[in-house]
Write a protein that binds this ligand. Structure first.
Ligand SMILES: [Ca+2]
Ligand SMILES: [Ca+2]
Length: 237
C-alpha cells in the first residue's frame, strides 16, 4: 500500500522543482542578497539589472513559474518597475528608465509591472500590468492590457505566477494568487519564429526616479497547470 501511494504521488513530485539561486545568471547592477533573493536595482537613478534562468524552457509544453517580487517602498516618486521576460536570443538587459530593462529585446514577450507614468508610451496613470511583445514598451500593440493595478510599490513582496498552456495558447498572470491578466498568443510561431526553446528572466530599471527592485524565485513547475479559481480575466482574449 505504501509503495502504491509513493507511485501515485511520484509524478507530482517530479514535475515541480524549486529554483536554486545558482540556476540564474545575473546582469547589470544585480546582486544576490544575503537572504537568497536578487536585488536588481538599488534606490539609485539610472540603474538596471536582470537575472536569467540558465536553462532554456520548452514552450511547446505547459508550465508555471512562481516567484515573489518587491517593487520598492516609494509610491509617488518610485520608478520604473519590473518585467518578467521570455526571450529567444542571447539574454541581456534591455534599456534603462522607461524601458524597464525590457525595451530592445527581440524576439521576446514581457509581462510588465510598470510603476511610472510615461505619457508618450500611453501609460495609464496608475501602476499597471501589460503583456507586450518584442521589447516594445509603448502601449500600442500590447498582447493584453495595459491594466491598472493597485499601488504595488508598497514595500511588500507580491506573489507572481506566470502560467503557460500551449494547448489553448493562453498566457496567464496571477498576482497574489488571483488571475489579473491573460493573453491568447501563439508563442512558438507568432513570437519566436518556430523556435520552441526560450530563456526566461526578470528585468528592472530606474531612470530620473528610482526604487529598490527585488525578486525571489519560488518554483518552476513543468506539466499540466494547477487548477485555479475562475477569477475574471481582464486581458484581451
Ligand atoms: Ca512607465
Ligand atoms: Ca505606485
Amino acid at each position: 500500500m505504501r509503495n502504491l501511494l509513493i507511485l501515485l504521488f511520484l509524478p507530482t513530485i517530479l514535475c515541480s522543482q524549486r529554483a536554486l539561486i545558482d540556476d540564474f545568471d545575473m546582469a547589470g547592477d544585480t546582486y544576490r542578497t544575503d537572504y537568497d533573493c536578487f536585488r536588481l536595482t538599488e534606490e539609485r537613478n539610472y540603474s538596471t539589472g536582470s537575472i536569467w534562468y540558465k536553462t532554456p524552457i520548452d514552450i511547446t509544453e505547459p508550465f508555471s513559474i512562481d516567484l515573489k517580487v518587491m517593487l520598492g517602498c516609494k509610491d509617488g516618486a518610485g520608478a520604473d518597475g519590473m518585467v518578467f521576460v521570455f526571450t529567444g536570443g542571447r539574454y541581456r538587459t534591455g534599456y534603462t528608465g522607461e524601458g524597464i530593462g525590457f525595451a530592445g529585446l527581440r524576439p521576446s514577450v514581457g509581462i510588465e509591472l510598470d510603476t511610472w507614468l510615461n505619457e508618450h508610451l500611453n501609460d495609464p496613470v496608475q501602476d499597471h500590468i501589460a503583456i507586450m511583445a518584442n521589447g516594445r514598451v509603448g502601449h500600442y500593440n500590447d498582447l493584453a492590457g495595459p491594466l491598472p493595478i493597485p499601488n504595488i510599490e508598497d514595500c511588500a513582496q507580491h506573489h507572481l505566477s506566470v502560467q503557460w498552456d500551449p494547448g489553448t495558447n493562453k498566457l496567464a498572470i496571477l498576482i497574489d494568487y488571483e488571475e489579473v491578466i491573460a493573453a491568447k498568443v501563439d508563442l512558438v510561431n507568432g513570437i519566436f519564429g518556430g523556435q520552441p526553446l526560450v530563456y526566461w528572466g526578470v528585468t528592472a530599471a530606474t531612470g530620473r526616479y528610482n526604487n529598490r527592485h527585488e525578486v525571489c524565485f519560488d518554483r518552476l513547475s513543468l506539466g499540466p497547470l494547477p487548477q485555479v479559481d475562475p477569477v475574471i480575466s481582464r486581458g484581451k482574449e
